[in-house]
Design a protein around this ligand. Sequence first.
Ligand code: SF4
Ligand code: SF4
Length: 395
Amino acid sequence: MTTTGNNGVAASKTNTQPLWLLAEVTYRCPLHCAFCYNPTDYDKHTQNELTTEQWIQALRDARKMGALQLGISGGEPLLRDDIEDIVREARQLGYYSNLITSGVGLTEKRIQEFKEGGLDHIQLSMHDITEEINNFITNTKTFELKKKVAAMIKGHGYPMVLNVVIHRYNIGHIKEILEMAEALGADYVELANTQYYGWSLINRSQLMPTKEQIDHAEMITNEFRQKVGNKMKIFFVVPDYFSDRPKKCMNGWGEVFMIVTANGDVLPCHSARVLPGMAFPNVREHGLEWAWKESPAFNKYRGDDWMKEPCRSCPEKEKDLGGCRCQAFLLSGDAESADPVCTLSPNHHLIEKAIEDAKNPQLQAQPIVFRNDKNSRRIAAGEAPELVKEFHALP
Ligand code: SF4
Ligand code: SF4
């Protein structure tokens, strides 16, 4: 679709349109998930969140540009008390809106207001069938609450959409997790194997399952699919590290996704702020149209002009656009190199090493670094170099 746009070339020459707007309305969260993809330095963005009016303006601007799908996410979006206002505005503007929540903070009163305000969809995160692992991996006591919230969502006539992040601690329970989802009356279940960004990258050796475990989990998922048929749709998201080609990240940089973060930064992907030398636009200073079409940051990796070998002359480049820029940078230190997931990348050995490290009992046994404000402040202040030494730009 896009053929131009590099290093500040105006994207008005492109035909791209932000069909998806993800509003990361807050980075505050009562949970402390070990696999959280939020930035490790999120704490510095918890004091300067956009106001309700600024969010509503962002929704209007994105809709004018053609955005149709709105994700309301976080952190935990329900920690804000204006989600009802945002939902009502989204409905008036004609968005299909989706609240992405841990369930903490969802009450009968709020869900009733969401229903009346026109919220289309609620996606609830679940973690395991056991209270022990749910509470361990989130570092909270939320097991019972999640089941109650699931029933509340169903009771209000919403489709039941469950998201389960898969890692070493729950991958052995896939069948039981799917049985639980079926018992809760789930319509859609996403089994999202952990991708390694943010907190999950720091905890990679402690979270990563083996290839055999993933293959087994996929086999069980396929059997379960056959059993339930169309009654419950199950998505099994294959982890990057165990593929031989990367995904077309965000369906292409600045192609269809636009993310506005809690403090108003406008990003083409969740992790883009890790990339060096990039000045991302902020809605406090620039409109979304300028951010999308004209900003150097959105144009930097549009299309394929920026590529170097082996991607530049690769016959597969249209398929994956060289994979994820953030993953390339975080692992290799070179944002313009091929995603190390690709077996053709000169940095593929970094993925192989990570898979080997995850089998090392000593590394597996390291304490998990939970996502919390204290750890975020330590990492941001450079007080925990041992946690991030292996990776570039964390934070
Ligand atoms: S992954 Fe967990 S800690 Fe991170 S935002 Fe979601 S619920 Fe909160
Ligand atoms: S070399 Fe680059 S373009 Fe080719 S398959 Fe690998 S990542 Fe994709």
